[in-house]
Design a binder for this molecule. Structure first.
Ligand code: 1BN
Ligand code: ZN
Length: 341
């Protein structure tokens, strides 16, 4: 054999080997694994994006009104009991599966409260979940007021507004299918604490839930708390604890809100940490939860002129504020599914 012929044969062999190995490498993920007799799965189809539904602010407003109409939702009161039953019925009406987590809590003044955290699960079997939370109780006394300081408050903003946004999101999910798990959690006994006492006197419902999760090893993909999200002139700053535990979630929410035209409500300025349910959720359960809470710094009250006063009634509720928060959270849920966030 001539030198030339043997060289060209070698070249053919090399090209052939290269071709075979390229085909093998390309097809390898789709070939059956040794020892397995099941055929390989085809690659999953790309997800079909879903549209972002509109948040119905008129409905959310009615949900605030309905809670206020029960009377102050102070633990152990008939209004508290009736309102809990109403929440459960509403969530069930929207097809969510509801867990009522009953527990006893000791008030800093000594009373034992019969309390209940309400957990409503949308698509409970899906592993990827978003947790949205709010407190639903209202304060037992108007300690910052000039008059009737020992009487309970309506808590239209401080309590009812966050719960109303969550209920409206439940109604939205029922009408606009999305393949993502969403948990709507209403904490009880958040607002019965001692204004001059330890932070542990607040947030008794979230303290209990954090040590008694409704599911073992529960860990949502994102977790967001709403508090005081319904008043005229609301301002949501990047709260300190939220920035420590989940800065990415804060960033997503504030930039989403700004892209939707709500940058006047979601101000991208930092503010110091606030004792609220998210602190106990992060500490007790290790779940990084952020807090969307209004601190407009009106008068000399960081939480606004109506905070823990009788003026926290329906007259402070502004549909524009509810819309800003409700639409931002709705977009957050559906864009998380879409893989945009
Ligand atoms: C928020 C709304 N908080 C109560 N109502 C939490 C809080 C606790 C705020 C202590 C200030 C002091
Ligand atoms: Zn309060």
């Amino acid at each position: 054999m001539s030198k030339k012929t043997s060289r060209s044969r070698l070249a053919y062999i090399l090209i052939g080997a290269l071709l075979v190995s390229t085909i093998f490498v390309t097809l390898q993920p789709f070939l059956p694994k040794p020892g397995s007799d099941t055929p390989p799965l085809p690659p999953p189809p790309p997800i079909e994006k879903v549209a972002i539904p509109s948040f119905n602010v008129d409905s959310a407003f009615v949900f605030v009104q309905k809670q206020v109409d029960f009377g102050p939702r102070v633990p152990n009161s008939p209004a508290h009991q009736k309102c809990a039953a109403w929440f459960t019925g509403e969530f069930k009406r929207y097809g969510l599966s509801v867990i009522s987590q009953n527990f006893k809590a000791t008030h800093y003044k000594g009373t034992t409260f019969n309390a209940v955290n309400i957990i409503a699960q949308y698509k409970p079997n899906l592993p990827k979940r978003i947790l949205l939370a709010a407190h639903w109780d209202s304060r037992f006394q108007a300690d910052k007021d000039e008059k009737n300081k020992t009487m309970p408050i309506d808590g239209a903003d401080d309590g009812a507004s966050g719960a109303a946004v969550l209920l409206e999101i439940a109604r939205t999910l029922a009408a606009n299918d999305v393949n993502l798990g969403v948990d709507l959690l209403l904490f009880d006994v958040e607002d019965q604490g001692d204004d001059n006492g330890a932070s542990e006197t607040w947030c008794l419902g979230s303290q209990y839930w954090s040590k008694n999760l409704h599911r073992p090893s529960y860990m949502p993909y994102s977790a967001i708390l709403l508090d005081m999200v319904g008043a005229k002139g609301a301002r949501f700053m990047k709260e300190g604890v939220s920035m420590q535990v989940a800065p990415q979630t804060v960033e997503k929410i504030w930039s989403l809100a700004s892209s939707l035209g709500y940058g006047n409500y979601f101000v991208p300025d930092p503010r110091s940490g606030i004792t609220d349910d998210h602190v106990f959720v992060a500490q007790g359960a290790g779940i990084p939860m952020i807090d969307i809470i209004s601190t407009p710094n009106e008068g000399d009250d960081p939480f606004g002129r109506h905070h823990h006063r009788h003026s926290d009634n329906m007259s402070v509720i502004d549909k524009n504020t509810l819309q800003a928060v409700g639409q931002t959270l709705t977009a957050f849920v559906y864009q998380t599914y879409n893989g945009v966030l």
